[in-house]
Ligand binder design. Structure first.
Ligand code: SAH
Length: 464
């Protein structure tokens, strides 16, 4: 397979500096799955095109990998698309042969490595699981112009229909290392068939090469899932890393204004913590998980109750957890050994460390999740962890009109993805109760308005 990178930057031959490959020479590199040749098909002041040609030894490679043989049968060694398509092999080749360019280093011309220049990349055969729609969703938000053609399954038999392979041309005025990072991450994401073991170092690579664009990419969740082959613990770690990298970090210290401002009058926060704690005590819980614990306000409260023998605080944000840890330490919450623990994790992924607890609280967390992630949270909590008691709080959107600082139609916090009305919450909670076998009770929190209800709502779910 091959890929071309062209520029019309003036002088176009600067591409040679950026790639650390001289335009006049053919260079070949031995990789453990074949040879990568780098050469230029044109190199003038006006236009310069570099080609990366990967000549893959697919048979040799699969023979050296008994696990691959078993996966798709013996035939797979001889009949597979790997030598012909852009896949994770290409990403590895880019990182090994164009490592300096990928990392934005240019010894001779450092300023050039940070200058956006007009670049065009052509990939003759790119598999896309998810079709044209997914391909566009990956590259268009990054500002690329796309030219796409889908290859037929067989040119001689058009009635067989289309294949999952595309010709793709991407154009943008962009810094070369950014473009290479996009390709490095997104090619394997499209292909969804990485050829090597996905371990923890993959998270680091994803965070490194995703820096500056992945945090805000609308398909972030799909990219992370596919890049890490849906390995839950790695996906969690990546999301945590991305959250920290993101400016929209919903850590409490950065939480805006509005929520605090609008809610201070009623000291809603204290009210919530007290009521949640009260319910968990009254229901006889001895062990509790606070999921989405943030900076640990509820944990501080829970630690004051002797009844709780084991308390775990979980959050995706390592930064919030660090703050929580310091606060709790100052308050002597760790004085009793093995009672309190903080863990980094996510509400939407299975996590066996949280199994077997009596009670679980989710205080002002669900509204931070995209609605399409809610089913994963429901399943994780009510079908997998199945604590006896779940206490959940969330804002009541109807009450927002009472907050002067809040413009009409706005949510209380910029990281809130939604806010439920009373009936929306009631319907959701009832459906959960029926589906998973929990008795549900809902109450209002805070100063009640005859028409609008309370500012916050609390649901108690007891396993039947
Ligand atoms: N419960 C705390 C914090 C609420 S803010 C309190 O009442 O003060 C929401 C918290 O949920 C943030 O700390 C955020 O990092 C966390 N969060 C968001 N998505 C999460 C997820 N999928 N799993 C676990 N925590 C999450």
């Amino acid at each position: 397979m091959f890929l071309t990178i062209s520029t019309s930057h003036s002088p176009a031959t600067d591409l040679g500096y950026l790639l650390h490959k001289k335009p006049g020479r053919l260079q070949s590199f031995s990789l453990n799955f074949g040879q990568l040749h780098v050469f230029y098909t044109e190199a003038s002041e006006e236009k310069c095109t570099a080609v990366l040609l990967l000549d893959m030894d697919a048979v040799g490679w699969t023979r050296s990998r008994p696990d691959k043989r078993g996966e798709a049968g013996l035939l797979y060694q001889y009949v597979n698309d790997r030598p012909y398509v852009a896949s994770s092999f290409l990403s590895v080749a880019i990182s090994q042969v164009l490592g300096s360019a990928l990392n934005g280093r240019c010894k001779d011309r450092p300023e050039l490595a940070e200058t956006p220049i007009p670049l065009t990349v052509s990939i003759p055969v790119l598999p896309s699981r998810g079709g044209e729609g997914f391909l566009r969703k990956l590259f268009e938000p990054l500002g690329y112009q796309l030219e796409l053609r889908r290859h037929p399954l067989d040119q001689n038999f058009t009635e067989w229909g289309e294949s999952r392979y595309f010709f793709l041309k991407l154009s943008k005025t962009v810094v070369l290392h950014e473009l290479l990072s996009h390709l490095y991450v997104l090619i394997p994401v499209l292909d969804a068939d990485k050829h090597y073991w996905i371990g923890e170092e993959e998270v680091a690579k994803l965070l490194k090469h995703g820096e500056g664009w992945l945090e805000t990419h609308p398909e972030k969740a799909a990219i992370v899932d596919r890049y890490l082959k849906y390995r839950g613990n790695l996906v969690q770690a990546a999301h945590a890393g991305l959250l920290v990298a993101s400016e929209e970090l919903p850590a409490d210290s950065d939480r805006v204004e509005i929520e605090d401002e609008v809610e201070t009058k009623i000291r809603l926060h204290d009210l919530r913590q007290n009521r949640v704690c009260e319910v968990l005590v009254a229901e006889g819980c001895r062990s509790v998980v606070d999921l989405g614990c943030g900076e640990g306000k509820l944990l501080t409260r829970l630690c004051q109750e002797k009844q709780f023998e084991k308390i775990i605080g979980v959050d995706v944000s390592t930064r919030s957890l660090e703050i929580a840890d310091q606060k709790l330490r100052r308050r002597g919450a760790y004085d009793e050994p093995d009672r309190l623990k903080l863990l980094q994790g996510s509400a939407v992924y299975r996590d066996d460390r949280l199994a077997g607890f009596d009670g679980l609280s989710l205080v002002e967390v669900v509204e931070h999740l995209d609605l399409n992630r809610l089913p994963a949270l429901e399943k994780n909590i009510f079908a997998i962890l199945k604590p006896r008691v779940v206490v959940l709080t969330t804002p009541n959107r109807e009450y927002n009109v009472k907050f002067e600082g809040l413009k009409e139609g706005k949510l209380r916090h910029r990281d809130h993805r939604f806010e439920w009305t009373r009936s929306e919450f009631q319907n959701w909670a009832t459906a959960i109760g029926q589906k998973y076998g929990y008795a549900v009770q809902i109450e209002m929190l805070g100063e009640l308005d005859a028409e609008l209800g309370g500012p916050s709502q609390l649901g108690v779910f007891i396993r039947s």
